[in-house]
Design a protein around this ligand. Sequence first.
Ligand SMILES: [Zn+2]
Ligand SMILES: [Zn+2]
Length: 199
Amino acid sequence: MIKLIINNTEKKELINETSFGGLPVKELNNDFEWPKCKTCNSEMQYQGKIKTDIGLELIFMCQNDPGMCDDWDANEGGNKAIIMRDEKLEFFKPKSKENTLREIEYSVEIVEVQAESYDEAIENWKGDTRDVLGSVFGKPDWIQNDETPNCDCCNNKMRFIAQLEEGPDHKTAMNFGGAGVGYLFDCSKGKTAKFLWQC
Ligand SMILES: [Zn+2]
Ligand SMILES: [Zn+2]
């Protein structure tokens, strides 16, 4: 069984849901600083969030100078995955409007499809394949080598959470190098997450 992420523009209440684009969320009574890129020190771009059993996992990626800040790498600081406990949440905004938000917002639904692999799940899914935006849980379907990151808190291999297509519309898509795939991992013990992409 593969759990596909399917584009669904019907949902409107997105604060506590898996969604992409729009504004990120933060815990209501906690200060939170918009993440900055380790290489260029500018604010990163918010990509989207995945709801899991340990909270909402937010993905940020530097888009100030695409290709120059190692934003594909899980450990170089050109991207950041942050977990927000899904209690009381509010949307929050970046200081800079430049390259920090995507010009789109979309919701999704998770659809279980009988299949052994991600590719087979897409084949077996009855809808429009352009609406398939990735999968959650299970195993990653790598484009290149297995790059499962180790956790910084316990040094174990991290848990696979999601793999993501760039988006439903190429004009507003996430930039994974052109038809690349993003991979999100977490550590449920340390409540940390990492992100990387391949193409
Ligand atoms: Zn940067
Ligand atoms: Zn850990």
